[in-house]
Design a protein around this ligand. Structure first.
Ligand code: PEP
Ligand code: MN
Length: 339
């Protein structure tokens, strides 16, 4: 950390700060400039956040700047090679551009199998589908629960596609982990730290969606909870954030992709379905995500969007998805990846 003393700080004030630093277990390295004194402190300061913040209260201190990011395990600065998350044969974070597709919710066997076969045929690598749905209204469809997980397992059997599905409460983690190839933490649960811990402890790959109003630092701190359980198989997902714009459901923050790549070794994918809430915007946002350097996408595909139990307005038809996949190959190749 770097402590900048105020212009005109007295030697007594400088000594006080240095004594405090020594009490914290560090060695201060003061630099006496012509106008002011700067004290450098080397060492990992992340466990002593409160104590370091208290330094700003000392007389004569102008600012205290930590050098290290508040997250460790997921930080780029501590691990230079990129993490690759394996889900079935898919390698998220490698040169492969990974496509996750399927309905918002698992509704019926017919619906899920039709969607699974269609996305497989179009070239998707992972099937998605919610068996537990975190809905804004308690009166909306809440998901088929374990019956939905069984249908997802049947779809995997039929298509060979691994699947990702959301777990919304600690109570269900064990059960969902028994069926799923990857566990999804939804945007509304990104800050449910107990859930993050328990999901991390399963050792299963985790898809962590960005909270509706979460900063990138908060997203990475949540990933740190999972990684702290010894599980670095975490994929982040930009799914749009709340802004003042009502035309789209959320505002898809594509700058999060290169930003996260500069901060963390974890892969990041983009969800243009929830990110826009409008099916006609899915295709251009898929191409934009590829351009931004995303490691993959997650798209909602439904055989009959007008009959969907949830998120019909943002779900695309299987044939539309097929068209997007065909067109995406050019963009993926231009980005130096394979589909
Ligand atoms: C989902 O992907 O099924 C979902 C509910 O998305 P989010 O948590 O991003 O709203
Ligand atoms: Mn949805």
């Amino acid at each position: 950390m770097i402590i900048v003393m105020k212009r005109g700080a007295t030697q007594e004030e400088i000594d006080h700060v240095q004594e405090h630093i020594v009490r914290l277990g560090y060695t201060p390295h003061p630099i006496y400039g012509t106008e002011r004194v700067v004290i450098g402190v080397i060492g990992d300061d992340r466990n002593k956040k409160q104590a370091i913040e208290a330094l700003t209260l000392h007389e004569g201190v102008e600012s205290v700047t930590p050098i290290l990011k508040p997250y460790k395990r997921v930080a780029q600065e501590l691990k230079k090679e990129r993490t690759v998350v394996n889900v079935g044969d898919a390698k998220i974070g490698s040169a492969q551009f990974v496509v996750i597709a399927g309905p918002c919710s698992v509704e019926t066997e017919e619906q899920l199998i039709a969607a699974a076969n269609a996305v497989k045929k179009a070239g998707a690598h992972i099937l998605r589908g919610g068996a537990f749905k975190p809905r804004t209204s308690p009166y909306s469809f809440q998901g088929l629960a374990e019956d939905g997980l069984k249908l997802l397992a049947a779809a995997r059997e039929e298509t060979g596609l691994p699947f990702v599905t959301e777990v919304v409460t600690n109570r269900d983690v064990e059960m969902v982990a028994k069926y799923a190839d990857m566990l999804q933490i939804g945007a509304r649960n990104m800050m449910n730290y107990q859930l993050l811990r328990e999901v991390g402890a399963t050792g299963k790959p985790v898809l962590l969606k960005r909270g509706l109003a979460a900063t990138l630092e908060e997203l990475l701190m949540s990933a740190e909870y999972v990684a702290n359980e010894g599980n670095e198989q975490v994929v982040l997902c930009e799914r749009g954030i709340r802004t003042f714009e009502p035309f789209t459901r959320f505002t898809l923050d594509l700058s999060a992709v290169p930003a996260v790549h500069s901060l963390s070794h974890l892969p990041i994918i983009v969800d243009p379905s929830h990110g826009t809430g409008r099916r006609e915007l899915v295709k251009p946002m898929v191409f934009a995500a590829i351009g931004a350097g995303a490691d993959g996408i997650m798209v909602e595909v439904h055989p009959k969007p007008e009959e969907a139990f949830s998120d019909g307005a943002q779900s695309i038809l299987p044939e539309t998805f097929h068209g997007i996949m065909d067109e995406a190959r050019r963009y993926v190749a231009a980005a130096g990846r394979t589909l």
